[in-house]
Design a protein around this ligand. Structure first.
Ligand code: SAM
Length: 224
């Protein structure tokens, strides 16, 4: 997959995209990132990416031209990507959406700032709008990184053990069962005996019950 990122803070990305699983996916050439500084797509000498809102009011709005120019360059070179605008007003990201996005071969992420982007970006340039939750962040960079991390780990060959994708929260509408590791006993808190029984059928049944119980307690909406 190719991921283009349109941002006014390009430096924010490398530290995150150069660690852990995403770094491994890059090294294996499963994913490549193209980070675009929107100021490089302006035509004025001040490299202005924002302006005052028509109609007055507080804050600044990100201008449409740099975003349009940047997307045009990407399209000319690489064909049309799936263009995603990060916005708190978008559809909330969930694991189902992440799975769908992981199937695209090319996506472009537009990171807003200030009061957000000119409405013409939303109406004419974005294929979809994604929110990472019902709260407002200062910019779209962190949401873009959240989306990237969630999408990249689903790509074939990225995770060492592909079974971990089959048994994790939201698969089969369940939260995952609890995990324990050594030591067996820590400050009088013991690991459930079933987990050291060696009986894999019983362990599997116990885990299933735990997953159902905690989903019912914490996220009954998933069971419905
Ligand atoms: N004025 C906008 C509103 O009330 O809907 C909020 C703008 S926010 C301060 C600036 C940028 O941060 C947005 O354009 C978007 O790119 C990003 N952003 C903030 N919260 C977000 C969220 N929950 N999900 C996705 N992007 C978000």
């Amino acid at each position: 997959m190719r991921i283009d990122i349109l941002t006014i803070f390009p430096e924010m990305f490398e530290p995150v995209l150069n660690e852990s699983i995403v770094k491994r996916a890059r090294l294996k050439k499963i994913v490549e990132f193209h980070i675009h500084d929107l100021r490089d797509y302006t035509s004025d000498k001040h490299r202005k990416v924002d302006d005052r809102p028509f109609g007055g009011g507080s804050g600044m709005v990100m201008r449409v031209e740099p975003i349009f120019n940047c997307l045009k360059t990407i399209k000319c070179k690489e064909g049309k990507p799936r263009v995603i605008l990060l916005t708190p007003q978008g559809k909330r990201l969930n694991q189902g959406k992440v799975k769908k996005l992981s199937k695209f071969s090319h996506i472009a992420l537009i990171c807003g700032h200030y009061e957000g982007v000119d409405e013409r970006v939303r109406c004419n340039l974005a294929d979809e709008e994604v929110s990472i939750g019902d709260y407002v962040l200062t910019g779209g960079e962190l949401p873009a990184m959240v989306l990237i991390d969630a999408v990249v780990r689903l790509m074939p060959g990225v995770l060492g053990n592909k079974n971990s994708l089959n048994f994790e929260s939201f698969e089969g509408n369940l939260l995952e069962y609890p995990h324990y590791t050594r030591p067996y006993s820590f400050r009088k808190m013991d690991v459930p005996d079933i987990l050291i029984s060696g009986d894999h059928n019983k362990i599997e049944a116990w885990r299933r019950v735990q997953a159902l119980k905690r989903t019912k307690a914490r996220r009954p909406d998933l069971l419905r």
